[in-house]
Structures are given as structure tokens and as C-alpha cells.
Design a protein around this ligand. Structure first.
Ligand code: BTN
Length: 259
């Protein structure tokens, strides 16, 4: 992919103002974090055709073969306190889900905290990393991995039954540059809500596209597992869980299984 492929027709003002298109990198998040420390501007985007050490949530590996998928990191410098940083992740998940619904008409939804599912199978994940100082965000890197034109045989055996790609659900290859453009445009709209402190709009649109809320779920976290009813997300994106047997808990970090 070339920068000109993405810039052609891109309608954003800040997101994608600077785009780094790489053939191969360890992790676009690691690369973007380095650019951030060197002073790169708000809205800088890093895209690589392949990653040799793609990182997922909870210390997992993100499988990143060449030529088929999107591995992208967006550097943000929002004027918000660190506690509000999860809103950037929610906004990215909502933006991606809107883009996939709008472009391909697919049944895309968000599984808490930030997986995009298509027809119930995972097609994308988001890893957000932040640096803060004196109660302010210095920078946030939102890393988005989308399985776009990935054939089934490239998924590792352990995750093949729970994974999919846009190509597999759509029934044909799609343009990676076109999806990146649409995502950046949708994401910029939500980013505007964050800056304008219209955070409720981000939360409401996330809720409307969620496949987790209103469902019975199993929550597997570091402190063990429990089942319950996923009632809502709170202002910081934590899951509000009505635990089986009584009580309401907020879950900040865990894996969720829909029951
Ligand atoms: C998840 O575990 O679901 C999150 C996966 C995030 C993967 C993306 S790919 C681009 C960016 N660079 C990384 O190393 N990780 C994120």
C-alpha cells in the first residue's frame, strides 16, 4: 500500500495529516509510540503491510501476515484526563463498526471491550496505549488490527473457529485503502465529540452497536471467572455486570464470552 492510495479522496482534517506506510515493522503501536515521543503531531497514522511482533490485548500475539490485513496505529493528543482515555478506544471500535456496516452492509457489532465481530466472529481488535503526565494525557496510540482479506487457512488453529475476515463474510476481496479512509473519517467524527466533550454521543453510539449489552456473559479476568448479565458500560467504558447470585460489579479488564 502506498500513502497516495490512502490520501486519494481522504476527507479528514487531522486524522491522517501525516501517514507513515511501512512494508514491515515489529509493531505499528511501538513505532507510533516512538514517533509520539519525538513530537509527531496529533492525527499521525502508521500503517504496515506486515508486523513481526504484533501485540494484542492482555499480552497476546496479534497474527500479522503480509499483504492481506490492516495493521494501523493512530496517534492522538487529546486534551483530556487519563481516566477518559478509554473513550478513544470506544470511539475507534464504534468508528470501525460503522465503517464496515456502511461500506459492505455486513452484520458488524462490538463485543466489550473493543472487538469487532462480524456474524458473531472476531474480525478486528484494538490495543490502546497511553502516556500521561501531571494528570493530563501526553499521547494516546490507538492500534487497530483488522482481518480484511485473510483466508481461513492463515488463522492459527487455536483461533480459527472464533475468527473471520471481511473477505470471508463479504464473499470477495475488499480494498484496504478504502476501509482505512472510511475508518479515519468515522473516527475523526467521534474524536470531535471527545474534544467537544460530547462524550455521551460516543457512549450511546457504542451501546447501539454492542452485541454484549443485555446478554448473559461469562467474564474471565485475572481474579477468576464469573457469570452475569451485562447491563451497561459506565462513563469510562467499564462493563457494568449484574453478577449471578447478587450484586453489581464494574469490570475494567477481562475477556468476555457471550452465553
Ligand atoms: C486485540 O487483542 O484484540 C487487540 C489487537 C490489536 C492489534 C493491532 S495491529 C496494529 C497495532 N499494532 C500492534 O502491535 N497491535 C495493534
Amino acid at each position: 500500500m502506498k500513502i497516495s492510495d490512502i490520501k486519494a479522496g481522504l476527507k479528514t482534517k487531522s486524522l491522517g495529516c501525516v501517514i507513515h506506510c511501512l512494508d514491515c515493522v515489529d509493531s505499528t503501536n511501538t513505532y507510533a509510540l516512538k514517533l509520539a515521543r519525538e513530537g509527531a503531531p496529533d492525527g499521525t497514522v502508521v500503517i504496515s503491510d506486515q508486523q513481526t511482533a504484533g501485540r494484542g490485548r492482555l499480552g497476546r500475539v496479534w497474527v500479522s501476515p503480509p499483504g492481506v490485513n490492516i495493521y494501523m496505529s493512530v496517534l492522538l493528543r487529546p486534551a483530556i484526563p487519563p481516566a477518559e482515555a478509554p473513550l478513544c478506544t470506544l470511539a475507534a471500535a464504534a468508528a470501525l463498526t460503522r465503517a464496515v456496516r456502511g461500506l459492505y452492509g455486513l452484520a458488524a457489532s462490538i463485543k466489550w471491550p473493543n472487538d469487532m465481530l462480524i456474524n458473531g466472529l472476531k474480525a478486528a481488535g484494538i490495543l490502546t496505549e497511553m502516556s500521561s503526565e501531571h494528570g493530563r494525557v501526553r499521547h494516546i496510540v490507538v492500534g487497530v488490527g483488522i482481518d480484511v482479506n485473510m483466508p481461513r487457512e492463515l488463522f492459527p488453529d487455536e483461533i480459527r473457529h472464533i475468527s473471520t475476515s471481511i473477505m470471508l463474510e463479504y464473499g470477495g476481496k475488499v480494498s484496504r485503502a478504502g476501509l482505512i479512509r472510511r475508518f479515519l473519517e468515522e473516527f475523526e467524527r467521534y474524536y470531535g465529540f471527545l474534544a467537544g466533550r460530547e462524550r455521551e454521543r460516543i457512549l450511546d453510539e457504542w451501546r447501539a452497536m454492542s452485541c454484549t449489552l443485555g446478554r448473559k456473559v461469562r467474564v474471565v479476568g485475572v481474579k477468576g471467572e464469573k457469570t452475569g448479565f451485562a447491563r451497561d458500560i459506565d462513563d469510562s467504558g467499564s462493563l457494568v455486570l449484574e453478577v449471578d447470585g447478587g450484586g453489581v460489579e464494574t469490570v475494567t479488564s477481562a475477556d468476555i464470552f457471550l452465553l
